[in-house]
Design a protein. Structure first.
Lengths: 297, 342
């Protein structure tokens, strides 16, 4: 199986998982909230394919499902968690934005996660594990001051932290022109951190850029600031979208899933069918699972 | 000097040195903690010379530092974060409320966050509104953390070691005046003229009595930097007014340890809470609510709270003194009970 086929399968599954969540919400089978990753799949899959699940650590944000699936492949645990089912990866206590599984963590307050990932980098460095601590930020996160404290400390103390900025051009409903001044990569460079900037939805290109980033971190032990320009097709959360539909349509011409066209038709269909089957089975199993219930005190 | 006479800052310092010598997983982060400076209040002196790999002097980034310590503790280390002035914990509240206190429960017990935040609270040094507060009250409403207050009569080294060995996040509240005072441990069950009992809990409570825990007029519950002031008040009450009180000094403020308070209130039937922080929504308010629920039948009269006025702590010494609770306020509160009785 080619690298592209593997990546396509992961991206396709994330896309369909997220679409399924929106369907389940529409059917009233889910409550609470979700922030889907639709349109940004190449980032999670391309970056995380360079990380080792047993050694490296990821701290993700409110839009964490894509990162979680790419790192753990635990669709059942995630779906149960979002559905409030007992076998959820956090027993239903965390829900969509608050996941923990092995070396994967996520939390729901923007910026809050960045110093924690920096501390994880410090711990792993001190323990000598060689791990890379990866944290996923967005353009919105760059509005939080603690992000810059973290960049400063990671550079100052030479910590193995990979800062991945997924710039999807919107902080919830606010376009970047109204929320961000100056340059994104210059923010990393200002702290003396090595940077790379990419404007692509091609998973192979993201993978290659991230491979270089991870290689540099493992060589130098120092942080790296990877800026990925991207776009989400789905609303910020569920139905809250005021963007011009024409803008979204234009971006769909660069849908990361279009790389599937580079695969042999039969292979692509087989991948998609397998994903669809897995998804149906996952939904069935999650629906059949018992609801999370309070433990008697 | 015997152990009981060493200054509190020195006792804490020796405990830190001991912890670093015996545990490889203990780290210290803080502003200006490197030798020869050794921290603004000198509690960390000598650490960086002996353990340079595990002591980090940091940028002035408290918000970030709370997160860094959280990340370290999630990955199996036991960081101690020194926050130079307790007032600055305000910068860390997102991390405290949305991270440090939540990770363990929201991740379904898959992780622990065994960090210690050490910080000095308290006024009476003329430092003014933003360097004199007792903000531990803000922590008392945060579930899933532990708040421990050091006092000059506690086994300070033992408290600090227990905090570092605790798997919960511990906020270890020191006091600026505490540092320079002798650590007055009980000797033969006595601190000065007062008989002293100590619970066997991880963070012990101390109880003091001037008459062998016989009948007394009131229980005074307090903690931390108010201890010498309350002891002075209790002594004055005996000498000047022939009123005996029991004094309960908690070290574990959260989860709130009420047993020694309830036990004493069962004997005295009256309670005064004393804290240096501002009155509203504080330590005394929480104790009062709980004690009236649990010991209504023991109480002869309403619980009284002695605390700072709800306002700022002015810099000028006479203004500061007027703002913060003193021995006279404690004496007056207890005497108010007596006035009701007679």
């Amino acid at each position: 199986v080619s690298e592209l086929a593997t990546f396509y399968e992961r991206m396709y599954f994330i896309r369909r998982f997220e679409e399924t969540l929106l369907d389940l919400f529409a059917q009233g089978k889910l409550v609470g909230t979700t922030h889907t990753y639709i349109g940004q799949e190449a980032n999670a899959v391309g970056v995380i394919a360079n990380l080792e699940r047993e050694r490296d650590v990821i701290f993700s944000n409110h839009r964490c499902h894509g990162h979680y699936l790419a790192f753990t492949d635990d669709a059942f645990g995630l779906l149960c968690e979002v559905m409030g089912k007992a076998p959820g990866v956090c027993g239903g206590k965390g829900g969509s934005q608050h996941l923990c599984n092995g070396n994967f963590y996520s939390n729901g307050v923007l910026g809050s996660i960045v110093p924690v990932a920096t501390g994880i980098g410090l711990a792993e460095k001190k323990k000598g594990t060689g791990a890379v601590s990866t944290v996923f930020l967005g353009d919105g996160t760059l509005g939080e001051g603690v992000t810059y404290e973290s960049l400063n400390m990671a550079s100052l103390w030479r910590l193995p932290v990979l800062f991945v900025v997924e710039n999807n051009l919107y902080a919830q409903s606010t376009p970047i022109a109204l929320e961000l001044a100056g340059s994104i990569p210059a923010r990393g460079a200002a702290f003396g951190i090595e940077i790379a900037e990419l404007d692509t939805t091609d998973v192979l290109e993201v993978h290659e850029a991230a491979a270089q980033a991870v290689r540099r971190i493992r060589e130098t032990g120092e942080p790296y600031f990877l800026v990925l320009h991207t776009y989400r097709f789905s609303p910020h959360s569920k139905g809250d979208d005021n963007r011009d539909p024409a803008e979204i349509e234009e971006r769909r011409k660069r849908d990361p899933l279009l790389v599937g066209g580079r695969l042999d038709d039969g292979e692509r269909r087989a991948i998609e069918d397998a994903c669809e089957r897995r998804l149906v089975e996952t939904v069935e199993a999650a629906e059949a699972a018992p609801a999370a219930a309070p433990v008697a005190a | 000097m015997t152990t009981s006479q060493r200054r509190c800052a020195q006792v804490l310092n020796e405990a830190l040195l001991g912890l670093f010598a015996t545990r490889e997983d203990v780290y210290l982060l803080g502003e200006d903690v490197l030798d020869p400076y050794g921290g603004a209040f000198k509690v960390t002196q000598g650490l960086s010379d002996r353990f340079p790999e595990r002591v980090y002097t940091t940028p002035i980034s408290e918000g970030g530092l709370f997160g860094v310590a959280a990340g370290m503790s999630l990955r199996g280390l036991r960081p101690i974060l020194e926050i130079m002035f307790g007032d600055f914990i305000a910068l860390g509240f997102d991390q405290i409320v949305n991270g440090i206190s939540k990770f363990r429960e929201m991740y379904d017990d898959q992780v622990t966050v065994p960090l210690v935040v050490r910080t000095p609270m308290g006024g009476r040094r003329g430092y003014g509104p933003t360097h004199s507060q007792s903000l531990e009250k803000l922590l008392l409403g945060v579930p899933n953390i532990c708040v421990v207050a050091a006092s000059e009569c506690h086994d300070l080294g033992g408290l600090l070691v227990a905090a570092v060995e605790d798997d919960r996040p511990v906020f270890f509240i020191e006091n600026k005046l505490l540092y320079g005072r002798p650590n007055r441990r009980p000797e033969d069950g006595l601190v000065g003229e007062l008989e002293c009992r100590e619970t066997g809990t991880r963070y012990p409570a101390l109880s003091f009595s001037g008459n062998g825990f016989a009948e007394a007029s009131a229980t005074i519950v307090t903690y931390g930097g108010m201890v010498p002031i309350v002891v002075e008040a209790a002594t004055e009450l005996v000498l000047e007014h022939e009123i005996f009180c029991e004094v309960v000094v908690l070290s574990q403020l959260l989860p709130m340890e009420l047993e020694p308070v309830l036990e004493s209130v069962a004997r005295t039937g009256a309670l005064v809470t004393v804290e240096e922080g501002t009155l509203t929504g504080g330590f005394g308010a929480e104790i009062t609510a709980r004690v009236q629920e649990l010991a209504w039948n023991d109480l002869r009269r309403p619980v009284l709270r002695v605390a700072a006025r709800d306002g700022i702590i002015p810099a000028a010494r006479p203004l500061e003194e007027a703002m913060l609770p003193g021995a006279t306020d404690v004496v007056d509160a207890v005497r108010a009970f007596e006035a009701v009785r007679s």
